[in-house]
Structure formats: C-alpha cells, structure tokens
Write a protein that binds this ligand. Structure first.
Ligand SMILES: Nc1ncnc2c1ncn2[C@@H]1O[C@H](COP(=O)(O)OP(=O)(O)OP(=O)(O)O)[C@@H](O)[C@H]1O
Ligand SMILES: [Mg+2]
Length: 365
C-alpha cells in the first residue's frame, strides 16, 4: 500500500539545535522535505536558492533579528508562508511579526502536535493564496479575451453592415420602392440597437477590468447634472414630459470621472423619460450633509413592481410589461451601479407601481 506523500519544502531557522532536530524529525515523518540552519544569513541564502513553501523563523537569534529575516523572505520568496518561533512569552514581538506579514507564531516550548497543526494550516493557506491568484489571473484573461472578441467579432461587422446599408441607400437611391426603403430603415434601426448593446456590454467589461475609469479628478457635480439633463431635454420635450431640477449652488465637489458620471445621469434620466408617459414630470434634486452628496431622480412614470425591484440592477434584466413599448438592452442600470461603485458611492431605488420611481445616487464627500 503506498501512501501519498506530499513533498513541500520546509525551512527551519533556529539557533537551538534541539529545536532544529525536533522539527526535522516531526516534519519529515509527516512527509515533508526539511532543511534546517542555525544562522539567519544562511537561512536567507537557502530560501533564495530553494524557494521553500514554509519557513519557521526563530525571532531571537544572535547576529540577525527574526524580524529582519521576515522582511527579506517576504520580499524575495513568492508565496512563502512564515511562522515565527517565539523563544519567550513575547506576544508583542509575535504581533509585530504578524503585522509585517508572518502567518502565525509558535511559542516555545511546543509539542509535535502543535508543530504539525501549524504546518498544516500554513501550507493550506499557501495553497489557497496560489489558487486565488491563479483564479484572478484567469478571470482577468477571460475579461480581456471577451473585450477583444466582442469588439472584433461583433462590433466591427456591425459597423461594416451599417456602412453597406448607407451605401445601398445611395447606390439604389430613387429606384427603391417605399416598402424597400422602409425595410432598410428597420434594418438600420435594429443594427443601431445592436450596436448600443455591444457598446454597453463593452463598457461594463471595461469597468470590471478597470480600463473605463483611469483617472479621477475633482468634479463639479451641478455641471455634470446639467450636461446629463441637456442630453435628455429634446426627448422629454418630444414626449411632453417636464424636466426640472433643484441643485444647490454650493454643492460640495466630489472626486470622480466626469464622462462616465454624465452617462450615469443620461441613463437614469433616460429611463425616467422612457418609462413615463406624456404629461409626466421628472425632478432632479441634489442635497448634501457632512458625509455624502446625494442626487435623486424622481419621476411620475409607470413605476416598477416590488417583486422586480431587487433585480433591476442585474445585467439584461428588464421588467416585462403588458406591452413591450420601449426598446432596451437591460444593461443601463448595471452600468450605472458599477460606475457608482467605482466612485465609492451607491445607487438605490424606490418605486410604487403606477405612481413613479425615484433613483438616489449617493457619493462620498
Ligand atoms: N424610471 C423607471 N421607471 C420604470 N421602470 C424603470 C425605470 N428605470 C428602469 N426601469 C426598469 O428597469 C429595467 C432595467 O433598466 P435598464 O436601464 O437597466 O435597462 P433598459 O432601460 O431596459 O435598457 P438600456 O440598456 O437601453 O438602458 C427597465 O427595463 C425597466 O423595466
Ligand atoms: Mg435604461
């Protein structure tokens, strides 16, 4: 019968020979490879050369302090786990070494069981850290691949199709029947919807991988609100919806990315416009206290049923109405939520079906 033996390498740096020998015996019995040394500088040299998985370091040794060894090893050896051996009941030095990055400590004298337990925990901790890093890398790669895929395989052909349609209109010009022109217009509109969806989608991925918001600066929120409102004004007029605001002149500055915040306001006010019928009203109000600056966008539209509310910030989620009168991808609010989070802020919603909806954007001051 063969037992699975793990060969993690453990280095023991301690000037007491009995400790070194004791550790070696116990750890080798558990199946680990063990190197020991009584000298700090030697320990560092061996660690740099062999890259141990776990190192036990005596805090009190002649020549070089354990804390110094900890600093060097953590800097030089990737994923190494350090356990400090404390020779005297000094909780203070143990705490200090853990602050610097040691994983745990083992007070002398210790039993073989204690040694085995801390070794097992330490090695598990190391494996988890490595796994987490691998998952993070893989996720980052998937996100990058996704952005490249969507922009090359979807956006580019869409743009080309649209250009061909334009060309078709010019080439065929007057020869097309009214019906044919109508069909082309419909294709055109659908393609534009698809383009919007792809853009939204790309933006969300760019927020997630940190490439959408690169630089933040001091922002004048009233200016941003005004830009968002200006953008939606023509649509409001067309739909006979009143758009008003109450924004104090002395609203404190916030830190953020102006362009993405304008788009947040365009999205929120755009929704209010889309889901409010003629004669309705949209009101934008800004307020602040010692800690936050808040902007609420309140409409008198159709509202959102309570059982849908928890989901509306999810990508692609749309409330199914009796009649599907408004087009959309369901990505607008997902975008807004992520942008707000990237600003350390939040977005909340309250709504009453048939009465109206209020979105509140809250920024830290
Ligand atoms: N002010 C509002 N009043 C009523 N319903 C709303 C309002 N804002 C959002 N909703 C509901 O929440 C859903 C999600 O909104 P979201 O902005 O994410 O997507 P969308 O408007 O459908 O599409 P788009 O991606 O074009 O913005 C909408 O489909 C709508 O049902
Ligand atoms: Mg929307």
């Amino acid at each position: 019968m063969s037992e699975k033996v793990s060969r993690e390498l453990i280095l023991v740096i301690d000037d007491e020979e009995t400790i070194r020998d004791g550790c070696r015996q116990v750890l080798e019995k558990s199946g680990h490879a063990v190197i020991t040394t009584g000298n700090g500088l030697d320990g560092i040299r061996i660690a740099r050369e062999k890259h141990p998985d776990l190192v036990f370091v005596d805090l009190k040794m002649p020549g070089m302090s354990g804390l110094e060894i900890i600093d060097v090893l953590l800097e030089d050896i990737p994923y190494v786990v350090l356990v400090v051996i404390t020779g005297y009941a000094s909780i203070v030095s143990a705490v200090e070494s853990m602050k610097r990055g040691a994983y745990d400590y083992l007070p002398k004298p210790f039993t073989p069981d204690q040694l085995r337990a801390v070794t097992k925990r330490g090695l598990e901790h190391r494996n988890l850290r490595i796994e987490a890093k691998m998952l993070r890398d893989a996720k980052e790669q998937v996100e990058k691949d996704f952005i490249t895929f969507v922009s090359h395989e979807m956006r580019s052909p869409l743009v080309t199709i649209q250009q061909y349609m334009e060309a078709l209109k010019i080439v065929a010009g007057g020869c097309l029947s009214g019906e044919a022109v109508d069909i082309i217009e419909r294709c055109d509109k659908r393609i534009r919807n698809l383009e919007d969806l792809v853009e939204h989608w790309l933006d969300i991925s760019r927020i997630d991988n940190g490439t959408l918001i690169r630089e933040k600066g001091l922002l004048d929120l009233p200016g941003i609100i005004t830009r968002g409102m200006e953008d939606m004004k023509p649509l409001c007029e067309k739909r006979e919806i009143t758009l008003e605001k109450d924004v104090p002149e002395d609203l404190p500055m916030i830190i953020g990315d102006g362009e993405s915040l304008v788009r947040v306001f365009v999205n929120i006010i755009g929704n209010a416009t889309k889901y409010t019928s003629a004669g309705g009203r949209i009101f934008v109000r800004a307020e602040y206290d010692n800690h936050y600056v808040s902007v609420s966008v309140c409409d008198t539209g159709r509202g959102i049923p309570g059982d849908n509310l928890p989901f509306i910030f999810e990508p692609f989620y749309r409330v199914k109405g009796e009649v599907e009168d408004q087009r959309g991808s369901g990505l607008g609010l997902a975008f807004c939520k992520r942008i707000m989070e990237a600003h350390g802020g939040r977005i909340d919603v309250s709504s009453e079906e048939g009465k109206g909806t209020t979105f509140v954007l809250r920024f830290p001051r």
